[in-house]
Design a protein around this ligand. Structure first.
Ligand SMILES: NC(=O)c1ccc[n+]([C@@H]2O[C@H](COP(=O)([O-])OP(=O)(O)OC[C@H]3O[C@@H](n4cnc5c(N)ncnc54)[C@H](OP(=O)(O)O)[C@@H]3O)[C@@H](O)[C@H]2O)c1
Length: 281
């Protein structure tokens, strides 16, 4: 066989090998985080209210960044399971657990499930929340009480459990809102529940000092989710025009900030309330 034949043959062998090598590389990249660890090996992450909206985008983002995620929901089991399926299809690890954050026993069970599945918790995103609006004169006791139970007591339940369990070097993040700076009519009770998130975070950051655990709040502007859409198109009218960046937020805009806080690049941010709102507040 001539040298030309040999080199042609080895070129053909190489060419044949390239697609399968590329396919293997793409599987490997789908299953490893930026830091090169296998997806799911970076630690456990509990994201409350992650069946949809900001929580679902956050669950997907943290899974992509290498965390094993416990997806929590209140009523939308199908949506929560779809988030888990997405994560698994991308090579990540996730479990799903129903649980009302307003119930301390359910919150304990949620963290137990995470610890059992993933060996411990490193990230807690205290995201579950509801928004009932109305002027003082029209706000009902039921709407007020349900919001306080979910947003104020529920967040306390989650942060109490987080403070007991998050491992050294971890991150705890709560969802506040830019509404606490803007004070539009009809939002007093909701804004009060979101102001609580800033206070919780500031106090907990100090209580956990010395353990390299950062505790922060994030205050989104108007993000296009069911939380706003349930109040009708009227609730969204004029917001993009009034926003310097001229658009509503998307859940991923907030998940990106959470991803930053959970990364090494965000390691020095602690005890802050970060306003991510396209400039509106
Ligand atoms: N969207 C915005 O413009 C905006 C702006 C500022 C701050 N935030 C805050 O960001 C967080 C997420 O908002 P979002 O817009 O993504 O809301 P969303 O689309 O309405 O999703 C809310 C999530 O919370 C869950 N949930 C509700 N009550 C719960 C409870 N008692 N126990 C456990 N889970 C519960 C829901 O589960 P089910 O699907 O099972 O009901 C769902 O997964 C909230 O804390 C909200 O106050 C949102």
């Amino acid at each position: 066989m001539s040298n030309t034949d040999n080199s042609r043959r080895s070129f053909l062998a190489l060419a044949a090998a390239v697609p399968s090598a590329l396919a293997m590389a793409s599987v490997a990249s789908a299953q490893t985080s930026d830091a090169g660890t296998r997806l799911g090996d970076k630690g456990g992450a509990v994201v409350t209210g992650s069946s949809r909206g900001i929580g679902a985008a956050t669950a997907r983002r943290l899974a992509r960044d290498g965390y094993a995620v416990t997806v929590n929901y209140l009523t939308n089991r199908d949506l929560a399971e779809a988030v888990v399926r997405d994560i698994e299809a991308a090579g990540g690890r996730a479990i799903v657990r129903q649980g009302d954050v307003a119930d301390p026993a359910a919150v304990k069970a949620l963290f137990d499930a995470n610890d059992e599945a993933f060996g411990g918790v490193d990230i807690v995103v205290n995201n579950a929340g509801i928004m009932n609006v109305g002027p003082f004169a029209q706000m009902t006791d039921e709407a007020f009480d349900r919001m306080m139970a979910t947003n104020v007591k529920g967040s306390f339940n989650v942060l109490r459990e987080a403070s007991r369990r998050v491992r050294d070097g971890g991150r705890i993040i709560s969802l506040s809102s830019s509404i606490i700076k803007m004070s539009p009519p009809a939002t007093a009770a909701y804004a009060a529940t979101k102001a609580a998130q800033e206070i919780y975070s500031n106090v907990l950051a100090k209580e956990l000092g010395g353990r390299n655990i950062s505790v922060n709040a994030i205050s989104p502007g108007a993000v296009d989710t069911q939380l706003l859409r349930q109040h009708g198109e009227e609730a969204l009218r004029g917001i993009p025009e009034a926003t310097p960046l001229r658009r509503l937020g998307q859940p991923e805009d907030i998940a990106n900030v959470i991803g930053l806080l959970c990364s090494q690049d965000g390691a020095w941010i602690d005890g802050q309330n970060i306003f991510a709102n396209g400039g509106i507040a």
